[in-house]
Design a protein around this ligand. Structure first.
Ligand code: IPE
Ligand code: IPE
Ligand code: MG
Length: 236
């Protein structure tokens, strides 16, 4: 019997459990985030090895602003470090970087570095790494509704023309295929405002493993489980 190897085209990961990991070690939450950053690097490497062309990582949600100021500052510091140190490595490894989310609350300097990271890796083609930053699925939908509303009011489009493609065009993820597989670490059975429109037919995989401890074998287990799923998309 021939066994089909079904590899997802797009994997999206809700990287959760940094705080719990740190707590278990008796360390401050910031240590969990630092450790989590190391896993990000590994995960990019493994995704390339698995020949998956799109990886989206949920790094900071619109709700995460409700965390203590020090924790937010720590996360932003890690982001700056990533932009500074990792972009050349991504380029070397032929990985294209893209950010999805509302970047408007960030200062001009950070936005410029984000744009630079995207620009410098624009022609890379082995993997597209999308970082969901200040991302919220509901906020994204509101953004889409407003953009379409503007065009309706200016007479640029007709109401009858509005369809799923129009929505896709204005999503933060425009041009990126919907995720085939969404992995969530640290056991929580929820999407937490992640890719609400795009996940309509995504396969969900939740592992109790905390993000700082997520290993290649855990990724492989998720892919193995995915390959066994029957995706029906509403058909029989
Ligand atoms: C995920 O880990 C990282 C971010 C949300 C930025 P958490 O910080 O949510 O870790 P837990 O859920 O408290 O363990
Ligand atoms: C989801 O994790 C957001 C990210 C991984 C960036 P959270 O820890 O913020 O989600 P909840 O609070 O458990 O729903
Ligand atoms: Mg969490």
């Amino acid at each position: 019997m021939r066994v089909e190897r079904t590899i997802p085209r797009h994997v999206a990961i809700i990287m959760d459990g940094n705080g719990r990991w740190a707590k278990r070690q008796g360390l401050p939450r910031t240590f969990g985030h630092a450790k989590g950053m190391e896993r990000v690097e590994d995960c990019v490497k493994w995704t390339k090895e698995f020949e998956i062309p799109y990886l989206t990582l949920y790094a900071f949600s619109t709700e995460n602003w409700q965390r203590p100021k020090e924790e937010i500052e720590n996360l932003m510091h890690l982001l700056d470090e990533f932009l500074e140190r990792k972009v050349p490595e991504l380029k070397e490894n032929n990985v294209r970087l893209r950010f999805v989310g509302d970047l408007s609350p960030f200062d001009e300097n950070r936005r410029e570095r984000i744009r630079e990271g995207e620009e410098r890796t624009r022609d890379c083609s082995s993997l597209q790494l999308n970082i969901a930053l200040n991302y919220g699925g509901r906020q994204e939908m509101l953004h889409v509704i407003k953009e379409i509303g503007k065009r309706l009011m200016n007479g640029k489009i007709d109401l009858e023309e509005v369809n799923s493609d129009t929505v896709n065009e204005y999503l933060y993820t425009s041009g990126i295929p919907d995720p085939d597989l969404i992995i969530r670490t640290a056991g929580e059975m929820r999407l937490s405002n992640f890719l609400l429109w795009q996940s309509a037919y995504s396969e969900l995989y939740v592992t109790p493993v905390l993000w700082p401890e997520f290993e290649k074998k855990d990724y492989e287990s998720a892919l193995k489980e995915y390959s066994k799923r029957e995706r029906r998309f509403g058909r029989i």
